[in-house]
Unconditional design. Structure first.
Length: 77
């Protein structure tokens, strides 16, 4: 999850986190990385959350090319 410090809403109005104005409607990006099948199976859940929240948003799909994926070494303990 990434939280933006400034963005435009659907109405093209600037939302910002300037020091004198604390905004509760800043942009948020949530990324899910999984197989196409699992993401597609999860879409009804995401759509229901959008409907329940009553707020706007956008869902996009991007194909990625994994260049390197390495698990970290187990930690002692």
């Amino acid at each position: 999850m990434l939280r933006g410090v400034e963005g435009y809403g659907a109405a093209s109005r600037i939302h910002t986190a300037r020091i004198l104005r604390l905004s509760e409607d800043l942009p948020v990006v949530i990324e899910l990385v999984d197989s196409t099948e699992k993401i597609e199976a999860f879409l009804p859940v995401i759509n229901a959350l959008f409907d329940e929240s009553g707020c706007g948003g956008m869902i996009t799909e991007e194909k990625v090319r994994v260049i390197r994926y390495v698990a970290g070494a187990p930690q002692p303990g």
